[in-house]
Design a binder for this molecule. Structure first.
Ligand code: FNR
Length: 183
């Protein structure tokens, strides 16, 4: 059985380190996981007045996440928290009330930043959001990744310095997804 995994990077930047890391992670994935990127850049600012009339971008976003068996969030750290664009996407998926696309979906959190703390505080802020949304979230290993020029190879794959750690993270995440799929 193949598990479809949604990969959501919380950055709109063209050369986003988080998006590039997300793409590279897909190459490490266990054979029973298929990864697909879910873009968030076309989502309007969430407005509760529009719950009954979602734009095409909102509907497409929700449909993409809804078909996933699990979600990997890659969050940059903006001013020690989650970027607004990522929170906006999460809020869209959580509504209308009672129709959240997130509930019960196993999640994993990773973040990369040029700073040494590897988006640790943004990741810490994301955890209670996902807990509230009833997403069972992988606790360990945590993945606080510092961006360095050798994190990725020129072909976009994970460089040797981090490959073992991130492959291990993917194995743990995959086990987490399988556990929840079996329930
Ligand atoms: C940042 N950056 C940043 N880095 C960090 O480690 N802690 C922080 O609190 C912040 N705050 C912050 C605020 C704003 C508004 C910006 C634009 C940037 C730097 C950030 O880690 C860096 O720009 C990354 O490259 C962002 O991730 P992407 O876009 O490369 O995925």
């Amino acid at each position: 059985m193949t598990h479809e995994i949604a990969v959501i990077a919380g950055s709109l930047r063209r050369e986003s380190f988080n998006r590039r890391l997300g793409q590279a992670l897909a190459g490490l994935g266990p054979a029973d996981m298929a990864f697909f990127n879910v873009p968030i850049g076309d989502l309007p600012l969430y407005n509760q007045d529009d719950d009954g009339a979602p734009t095409a971008a909102v509907s497409a976003f929700k449909a993409a996440v809804a078909r996933a068996s699990g979600v990997i969030f890659l969050t940059p750290e903006y001013n020690r928290s989650v970027p607004g664009v990522l929170k906006n996407a999460i809020d869209h998926g959580s509504r209308p009330y009672g129709q959240s696309i997130w509930a019960g979906k196993p999640a994993g959190i990773i973040g990369v930043s040029p700073g040494k703390v590897g988006a640790a505080m943004a990741q810490a802020h994301l955890r209670p959001i996902l807990a509230f949304l009833d997403m069972p979230t992988l606790g360990q290993p945590e993945a606080f990744v510092q961006w360095t020029d050798d994190l990725l190879e020129s072909d976009g794959s994970i460089g040797p310095g981090s490959r073992e750690f991130l492959a291990g993270w993917m194995e743990r995440f995959a086990a987490h997804v399988r556990l929840h799929a079996a329930r």
